[in-house]
Design a binder for this molecule. Structure first.
Ligand code: AHR
Length: 658
């Protein structure tokens, strides 16, 4: 019996030893991700992660530009678009180019002893916040001896009056009048109405309504919630004004920055090219007032600590549309626009354009140091035109970096042609665009690892993973799309010596007035929502670091083997080591993060995790928090941390060090 017990004890011990051995060997099996914190591979440009703004999807008028009245100056193709009339009275649309050739139309109203009203529907409604104050301003002129009674009203969706005031004292010369309203309610789709009664004749123009609570409280300014979301990204640059909008469908409708500065009354309204671009997403009421113009773009960039990055038309209209080209012998005005823009941004206030900037409220220069020549252009004519721009701009402003475009595609004939030709120029950056399937982003995480380092730097100027949903032509902002972008961006970051600017595109979209999907931020008339893609951009931008350091698994760069993507950076200023890990697989993973070459590292690392078990998850205005970063911490012992990665996750690990 004793013998049996002894034997049994022996076998129990053996089992425990075996078990321990198994546990140890499992522990040993955990793969290591080795960060060499003392080996800086590349410096990261402070302007690496930026934003791409284009007036698409009602991003400017009806979006960032906080104007609430649609067609305020009656300059849309249909002069009364957005306005409806009721009651008896005479309304004429007068075109008087002598008064203002840029803003020729105004309306003339005579109620004829009856009640006559004019209602504006806003941009898919007018958003009003409870207790918010709203300032009406308009240009008016009394034509008759006596003024008709004019009552201005804010109406709710059922046409109930929320607030009303009387407009009195119109003078016989054109002048500006204003009234401040307070809204007693929050309404998504309010209306604005002018009610005329009695007798008399008045002329009206520039009927405008703005919230007083704009970004930085600027009169006639920008929508606060939207700018805040942009500011939160801490972008390194703001690219503006697009996109294809720069090119126009034809040259007459190209973007001309000089038409967008000075008094908004003198900025000529133009059709927005996205008005007619997609048959399945018509937007007949999409026009550009340029209330958000080049001065405001420079100011926005400055406000949020970003470099301004304007892109200018290079004498070519959209090659997918008319492909109209200006003859090279006629290119001078286009080049002059670029020269003058640099003067507008940086010139002394004694110069013509520097003086205009000062008059608009910014005597100090905006310190423009980069400029794009053309958007998605291609072919020999583009290269010819670029060279003509370059010859003038490099001679006059050698410190302004120039950006050329690689065309609309991520590779192929047009792309290769552009690259071959640009290598023979002094271009500083090539703007590459990739609107591709999520899978492409995974396969291309190493895209820049072997790029030629002797040529121009890369501006990843427009990209988004297009995750299709059913047969719809447009894609969605799913977690899958964002996750694959996060994986791809490890490669942009790893190659920060080469890739020095990057921006997701497009930036903004109105939920009821979009033409293009996916987009980084969605909004309605009252609020906005950050997509999973936004959070990915924010993680990169907010934790960008100053230097890339090495992170290897089994001695190799981590670009997709076992569905893992990784990169590591050091922030020499904040004294942090930052590791970005992306697990694209449907199973959770566990690694040992081993940090070598860093002194005084903290015992805890902060982690920010973006994750969803379901790849099709999206954020919406109703459910904005489906995919948002969750903050936690992990222990770091002797430079080692155990990292658990849930399936489909993107984790940013921040370790403090001396
Ligand atoms: O971002 C939307 C459009 O995509 C841009 O206007 C254009 O540059 C690209 O084709």
């Amino acid at each position: 019996m004793l013998g049996y017990i002894k034997k049994n004890k022996m076998s129990t011990r053996l089992t425990i030893v075996l078990l321990l051995f198994t546990i140890c060997s499992f522990a040993q099996k955990r793969e290591e991700l080795v960060v060499s914190a003392d080996k800086s591979i590349a410096e990261i440009s402070p302007s690496m992660w930026g934003i791409f703004f284009e007036d698409i999807n009602f991003a400017a008028d009806g979006g960032l530009y906080a104007e609430l009245i649609k067609n305020r100056s009656f300059e849309f193709a249909n002069p009364l678009m957005g306005w409806s009339t009721e009651g008896k009275g005479k309304l004429l649309v007068i075109n008087d180019g002598l008064r203002n050739p840029k803003n020729a139309r105004y309306i003339s109203i005579e109620p004829d002893n009856a009640t006559f009203s004019l209602t504006n529907e806003g941009f898919r409604g007018i958003g009003l916040h409870e207790n918010g104050t709203y300032k009406l301003s308009l240009r008016g002129k009394l034509v008759s001896d006596t003024q008709p009674k004019i009552v201005v009203q804010l109406l709710d969706t059922t046409n109930k009056i929320i607030s009303e005031r009387e407009l009195t004292g119109l003078k016989p010369e054109w002048d500006t009048y204003s009234i401040v309203f307070k809204s007693s309610k929050t309404i998504q789709k309010a209306k604005f109405r002018l009610v005329f009664s009695g007798t008399g004749l008045v002329n009206l123009d520039m009927i405008s309504l703005f919230p007083t609570d704009t970004w930085k409280g600027r009169p006639n300014g920008l929508r606060k919630d939207l700018v805040q979301k942009l500011a939160d990204l801490k972008p390194g640059f703001v690219r503006f004004p697009g996109g294809c909008i720069v090119e126009g469908r034809d040259l007459a409708n190209r973007y001309q920055w000089k038409e967008t500065v000075g008094n908004p009354f003198d900025r000529k309204v133009m059709i927005n090219r996205w008005n007619t671009e997609f048959d399945y997403r018509p937007a007949p009421d999409y026009f550009q007032t340029f209330g958000l113009g080049f001065y405001e773009y420079f100011q926005l960039a400055e406000d949020i600590g970003a470099k301004a990055l304007p892109i200018l038309n290079c004498g070519m209209a959209c090659q997918f549309n008319t492909a109209e080209l200006v003859a090279n012998t006629e290119l001078d005005p286009y080049i002059q626009d670029a020269v003058d823009l640099i003067e507008f941004a940086n010139g002394d206030t004694t110069t013509k354009w520097g003086n205009l900037r000062a008059k608009m409220g910014h005597p100090k220069p905006f310190n423009l140091d980069r400029l794009g020549v053309g958007n998605e252009q291609w072919g020999p004519q583009y290269i010819e035109k670029y060279k003509l721009f370059e010859a003038v701009l490099k001679a006059k402003y050698p410190n302004v970096k120039l950006i050329g475009a690689a065309g609309p595609f991520a590779g192929g004939e047009l792309f290769n042609f552009a690259w071959d030709k640009f290598k023979l120029t002094n271009v500083d950056f090539i703007d590459e665009h990739y609107y591709m399937a999520p899978d492409w982003f995974l396969k291309n995480a190493g895209r820049y690892d072997n790029y030629d380092r002797k040529g121009p730097r890369i501006f990843a100027g427009e990209f988004a993973a297009h995750d299709k949903e059913g047969k719809a032509p447009e894609s969605r902002n799913t977690w899958f799309s964002a996750l694959t972008e996060a994986a791809f961006m490890t490669g942009l970051e790893r190659n920060a010596d080469l890739v020095q600017m990057s921006s997701y595109a497009p930036l903004l979209a109105h939920v009821e007035a979009w033409q293009w999907r996916p987009d980084l931020i969605w909004f309605d008339n009252l609020s906005s929502v950050a997509t999973p893609n936004y959070w990915v951009q924010k993680m990169y931008s907010n934790f960008k670091g100053t230097n890339v350091v090495s992170i290897l698994k089994a001695g190799k760069t981590i670009i997709g083997k076992d569905s893992l993507y990784a990169n590591a950076v050091e922030d020499k200023v904040k004294k942090q080591l930052i590791v970005k890990l992306v697990n694209t697989s449907a199973v959770s993973k566990e690694y040992d993060l081993v940090i070598s070459g860093a002194k005084g590292i903290s015992k805890k690392a902060v982690t920010y995790t973006l994750q969803s078990d379901v790849l099709s998850t999206m954020n919406s205005l109703q459910n904005p928090d489906n995919v948002i970063p969750k903050t936690s911490s992990i222990d770091v012992k002797n430079g080692k941390a155990n990292v658990k990665m849930p399936k489909f996750s993107f984790i940013v690990i921040v370790v403090s060090k001396k």
